[in-house]
Design a protein around this ligand. Structure first.
Ligand SMILES: [Zn+2]
Length: 352
């Protein structure tokens, strides 16, 4: 295993960032290769602790000569966001300097070659240079995993529709509960930037059946626990074994994914019609019928008609809910995986 430190200059003099990269060299030239990064949204740490728990498994596999394909690991992909404390609160989703989401506006290049990236430009802001660096580090790997989390959620995946159902074994190996399939554009998220070059090729050249690209949502932002870190690390290890990046016959047993798998236009983004305190009546992982009461908003406390019930717009599966118990009109409260297309289906990414 080789460790390197990537340096990233800040936007002002005297400021710079460091990012650690671990590389395991595979013994086979034909085995698939894998890239894993965590905490691109810098406050989303379930993936970071999962990677920390995965590393001893990778070191052991390396010591036993069982790493077949190259593996690159970036345990904390966003030191820029990690340092953004604003009045005591971590802002790890948007770069404060440009107000741009760290997981949007990645360069979409037309071939899987870092040489196709626009040339480095001194006028680029740090967040843009970070995005170019992550594309360069991940480029050329057959398996690309971007570990995030939601607010309160079951573990689930975003998967490019073109890779499904070929990626079923990965969802099963990782032990996630649900899968959202997306197509078209996602606001140039890292996941889209990772698959985009291959979608520009003739399908027979792109090898989509062997390619794995996913945004992994490891439950909620507060679900940073040793038990999840260990089980998620085991899930990642199982995926690597199942796809032949690591040799481990016992672990590589193929599994079938049986959880809800829905196209992104089936997702009901249940938003707040007005501001107030949120009383949830459902939790992630629960199935609900159309018209079921999913939350109550107390908007005018003390008044007899000061609360408003929010009903499920269709039957489905509660995927996520926000962790705050307050919100403004228009804020999202719940993502529900509907049984049919949402009347309010979004284009592109579900969230800003
Ligand atoms: Zn995220």
């Amino acid at each position: 295993m080789k460790k390197t430190i990537e340096k990233l200059a800040g936007d002002t003099e005297g400021v710079s960032y460091e990012l650690t990269v671990f590389r395991f060299k595979g013994t086979s030239k034909t085995a698939p290769t894998a890239y894993i990064q965590a905490a691109l949204h810098a406050g989303e740490l379930p993936g970071v602790v999962a990677v920390h728990a995965l590393m001893p498994l990778l070191r052991k596999a390396e010591a036993e000569g069982r790493i077949l394909g190259d593996i690159t690991v970036v345990p904390a992909a966003n030191p820029v966001g990690r340092a953004q404390y604003f009045f005591g609160e971590l802002e790890g989703r948007f770069h404060l300097g440009t107000r741009t989401n760290f997981n949007r506006d990645f360069p979409l290049i037309d071939r899987p070659d870092a040489g196709a990236l626009p040339p480095a430009d001194e006028a680029m802001t740090t967040d843009v240079r970070l995005k170019h660096l992550l594309v360069r580090l991940s480029m050329g790997h057959d398996i690309v995993l971007d570990l995030h989390c939601d607010f309160e959620a079951v573990p689930y995946l975003y998967v490019p529709a073109q890779l499904w159902p070929a990626m079923q074994d990965c969802a099963a190996a990782m032990g996630v509960e649900a899968v959202i399939l997306w197509e078209g554009a996602s606001g140039a998220a890292f996941e889209e930037a990772s698959i985009h070059p291959y979608l520009q090729m003739p399908p027979e050249k792109a090898g989509l059946d062997k390619r794995v690209v996913t945004t992994v949502e490891y439950r909620g932002i507060g679900d940073v626990y040793e038990k999840y870190a260990k089980s998620d690390a085991m899930g990642l290890y199982r995926l690597l074994a199942t796809r032949g990046v690591i040799s481990d016959e016992k672990t590589a047993r193929p599994r079938k994914f049986t959880g809800p798998t829905v196209p992104i236009d089936h997702v009901e983004m249940i938003d707040m019609p007005r501001s107030g305190a949120i009383l949830f009546h459902v939790e992630p992982g629960q199935r609900v019928r159309k018209g079921a009461k999913v939350a109550t908003i107390v908007h005018t406390p003390g008044e007899p008609d000061g609360a408003l019930d929010i009903l499920a717009p269709q039957s489905g599966y509660v995927l996520t809910r926000v962790w705050q118990r307050w919100g403004r009109a228009g804020d999202n409260m719940i993502k529900l995986l509907g049984e049919r297309r949402s009347n309010d289906a979004r284009q592109g990414a579900l969230e800003d």
